[in-house]
Design a protein around this ligand. Structure first.
Ligand code: SAM
Length: 246
């Protein structure tokens, strides 16, 4: 097994859904102005509350999600020779953490690089981060839609996705992304999806298409909400003679 990996980062990973915190900041300024003009304690408390929400959001996106994923990846006991896919990798928060566990393996990221979903999002920014983290030799990036992955069946040992699938607006599209994740996973391979919403749907779909050990749980308060995660394993293939094909 590879050495324990730290969540501390050298790269620059942007802010998730940057219009959200920008809007919260505007509300804070408005509340503060109102409090100063009115001199009312209640308005000051309201401004403080909004500031706390903003702080929690920034903590989650700049630090909390790295802490969560470092622990999740640590617990997997990776050997180092795995092929890992990150669907909607963005600037590489999870992709590059995962790459640190690899020696001969590969961490493959797929994204459409939408800056509405993450500030400064681009393949180039992710490449720079891979160099900064010292894992560029183990990382591959593809510009592709996670509803139509450019990989053969059974290609990956582990598929992860962080805060990405909910960005697909249609339910059928999110299901397609789940189906694609399962298609490219090898029998016996593992799937981990953390997302701010939609995880009940992912869980239901995974059960429906026959994934094994499907479970949904919450990851605690390192994120601005106790972030739900869905995990599952792809069943081994049963051969006609009853043997298991790994
Ligand atoms: C909030 S960011 C999260 C990025 C990264 N996983 C992380 O945790 O930092 C969501 C990402 O999903 C990507 N994305 C959204 N829809 C996508 C799609 N249909 N196919 C591939 N990537 C997509 C966005 O471009 C963005 O990089």
């Amino acid at each position: 097994m590879t050495a324990r990996v730290t969540y501390r980062r050298r790269g620059s990973y942007g802010i998730d859904a940057p219009y959200g915190p920008a809007l919260i900041a505007v509300v804070f300024v408005a509340e503060l102005a109102l409090a100063i003009i009115s001199g009312r304690v209640l308005n000051f408390l309201a401004a403080l509350f909004v500031l706390a929400i903003l702080g929690l959001y920034l903590h989650a996106t700049l630090r909390g999600k790295f802490l969560l994923w470092a622990k999740l990846l640590d617990d997997l006991g990776l050997r180092g020779d795995e092929r890992i896919l990150d669907m909607g990798c963005g600037r590489g928060a999870v992709l590059l953490l995962a790459a640190q566990y690899l020696t001969t393996g590969r961490a493959v990221g797929v994204d459409l690089w939408r800056s509405v979903d993450q500030s400064g999002n681009s393949a180039e920014a992710t490449r720079r981060n891979a160099v900064a983290e010292g894992v560029a030799d183990r990382v591959e990036l593809h510009t592709a839609d996670m509803m139509s992955l450019p990989f053969p069946d059974d290609d990956f040992d582990l598929v992860v996705s962080s805060l990405a699938i909910h960005n697909i607006s249609r339910r059928a599209g999110r299901e397609k992304a789940i189906d694609e994740a399962v298609r490219v996973l090898r029998p016996g391979g593992r799937l981990m999806i953390a997302d701010v919403r939609g995880t009940r749907q992912y869980e239901g779909r995974l059960v429906q298409i026959g994934m094994r050990d499907v479970s949904r749980r919450r990851l605690g308060w390192r994120f601005w909400t106790p972030l739900p995660i869905v995990t599952a394993t792809k069943p081994e293939r049963q051969m006609r003679d009853g043997s298991i094909n790994r």
